[in-house]
Design a protein around this ligand. Structure first.
Ligand SMILES: NC(=O)c1ccc[n+]([C@@H]2O[C@H](COP(=O)([O-])OP(=O)(O)OC[C@H]3O[C@@H](n4cnc5c(N)ncnc54)[C@H](O)[C@@H]3O)[C@@H](O)[C@H]2O)c1
Ligand SMILES: O=C(O)C[C@H](O)C(=O)O
Length: 356
C-alpha cells in the first residue's frame, strides 16, 4: 500500500528536522528548519556552549540538554561539534540542539543567545599552574568574547576557561572596547570550589553534602581560593588541624584531579556538574526567581581589587547584588591578604593583555 500524501509529508518533515548534519547545511535552510522545530520545543532560554566538544563541554552539553529551562542549545567548537550535536540531539528532552563548527560559524552560534557558557581552552597537565595556560587561553577567550559583543551583547556570560582570575578581566576589557560591557552579566565560574568545599566539609562533619553550604571567596587558583569555614551552614566549628586540612584540600582540589589524571587533563565531570548547577542558577535568576545566591568571580567593590569572588544574588539582569564577606576569623583574614596579593597580579595581567 502506498503511504498517503500526508504521511509522506510527515516523514519528510521529521527527517529534515532531525538529521544530525542539520548544522552543516547552508544557512537559510538550516535556520528555517531550526525555527520550524523550535516551534514545537519547550519555552525557555537560549544557551550556547563554546568549547562544547571538550572534556567539560560534552558532559555539560548533556546536562544542559536535560535542563527544562533551556529551549535552544547551541554547541560550538573548533573540532567534533557535529558528533557531539548528533549524539546529544537524540535525547528526548525539550531543548532543540544545533551544532556549529569552527570560526566561520561562531556568529550563528551566538546570535540570539540569553546565556553563553565558555569552557573553551587548554587544560593543565601535572606540574603546571593555571597561569601557565594564559598564553593559549587568553587569545581564545578574547576571540570568543569579541563574538559575544557583536552577536549577543546582552547575554549572561559564564566564563570557565582558566586562568579565571585573568580571563574574566580579559573578557571585561574586550566588552569595554566594544562598548557593550555590563559588569552584572560577566560571571567567572568558581562553583567547583564551592562544590568541592561542600563535599570535603561534609566528609569531616559526617553530613550529607547536600545539607552543607560553604562560601568560597577570592578567586580560582591556589591561595586565591578562600573557603570561609567560619561561615559554614549548618553552623559548626573546626579544630585548627581540620581548618588547615580543609583549606589546603579545597585550594588544591584542582591539582588533586590533575595529578590523578596524570596528563589526561583536569577536572571535567565535577566541573560540568558545577557549571550546569551555576548555569541553572543564572537561568532561574533570568526567569525572575527570588533568592538565587551563588559564589562567582565578578567585578566587585567588596575589596580594593576590581574583581573578586563572593556571594552574588542572581536576577533578571545577572549579578544584581554582590554581598560583603561578613565577619572573618584571624585565619581567614590572613588568607584574604595572601589571596589579594596574588589576585592583583593575575587581574592586571588580564587587563594588560587587551590594553597593551
Ligand atoms: N573554572 C573552573 O573551575 C574550571 C574547572 C575545570 C577546568 N577549567 C578550564 O576549562 C578549560 C577547558 O577544560 P577541558 O578539560 O574541557 O579541556 P579540553 O581540552 O578537554 O576541551 C576544551 C575544548 O575547547 C575547544 N576549543 C579550543 N579552542 C577553541 C576556540 N577557539 N573556540 C571554541 N572552542 C575551542 C577544544 O577544541 C576542546 O574541545 C581549561 O582551560 C580548564 O583549565 C576551569
Ligand atoms: O585545576 C585545574 O587546572 C582545573 C580547574 O581549575 C579545577 O579547579 O579543577
Amino acid at each position: 500500500m502506498q503511504p498517503s500524501a500526508e504521511a509522506n509529508q510527515r516523514i519528510a518533515r521529521i527527517s529534515a528536522h532531525l538529521h544530525p548534519s542539520n548544522f552543516q547545511m547552508e544557512e537559510g535552510s538550516n535556520l528555517r528548519r531550526a525555527n520550524c522545530r523550535a516551534k514545537g520545543g519547550a519555552p525557555g532560554f537560549k544557551v550556547a556552549i563554546l568549547g562544547a566538544a571538550g572534556g567539560i563541554g560534552q558532559p555539560l552539553s548533556l546536562l544542559l540538554k536535560m535542563n527544562p529551562l533551556v529551549s535552544v542549545l547551541h554547541l560550538y567548537d573548533v573540532v567534533n561539534a557535529p558528533g557531539v550535536t548528533a549524539d546529544v540531539s537524540h535525547m528526548d528532552t525539550g531543548a532543540v540542539v544545533r551544532g556549529f563548527l569552527g570560526q566561520p560559524q561562531l556568529e550563528s552560534a551566538l546570535t540570539g543567545m540569553d546565556l553563553v557558557v565558555i569552557p573553551a581552552g587548554v587544560p593543565r597537565k601535572p606540574g603546571m599552574t593555571r597561569d601557565d595556560l594564559f598564553n593559549i587561553n587568553a587569545g581564545i577567550v578574547r576571540t570568543l568574547c569579541e563574538g559575544i559583543a557583536k552577536c549577543c551583547p546582552n547575554a549572561i556570560v559564564n566564563l570557565i576557561s582558566n586562568p579565571v582570575n585573568s580571563t574574566v578581566p580579559i573578557a571585561a576589557e574586550v566588552f569595554k572596547k566594544a562598548g557593550t560591557y555590563d559588569p552584572k552579566r560577566l560571571l567567572g565560574v568558581t562553583m567547583l570550589d564551592v562544590v568541592r568545599a561542600n563535599t570535603f566539609v561534609a566528609e569531616v562533619l559526617g553530613l550529607d553534602p547536600r545539607e552543607v553550604d560553604v562560601p568560597v571567596v577570592g578567586g580560582h587558583a591556589g591561595v586565591t581560593i578562600l573557603p570561609l569555614l567560619s561561615q559554614v551552614k549548618p553552623p559548626c566549628s573546626f579544630t585548627t588541624e581540620e581548618t588547615e586540612y580543609l583549606t589546603n584540600r579545597i585550594q588544591n582540589g584542582g591539582t588533586e584531579v590533575v595529578e590523578a589524571k596524570a596528563g589526561a587533563g583536569s577536572a571535567t565531570l565535577s566541573m560540568a556538574y558545577a557549571a550546569a548547577k551555576f548555569a541553572d542558577a543564572c537561568l532561574r535568576g533570568l526567569r525572575g526567581d527570588a533568592g538565587i545566591v551563588e559564589c562567582s568571580f565578578v567585578a566587585s567593590q567588596v575589596t580594593e581589587l576590581p574583581f573578586f569572588a563572593s556571594k552574588v544574588r542572581l536576577g533578571r539582569t545577572g549579578a544584581e547584588e554582590i554581598y560583603q564577606l561578613g565577619p572573618l576569623n584571624e585565619y581567614e583574614r590572613f588568607g584574604l591578604e595572601k589571596a589579594k596579593k596574588e589576585l592583583e597580579g593575575s587581574i592586571q595581567k588580564g587587563v594588560s593583555f587587551i590594553r597593551k
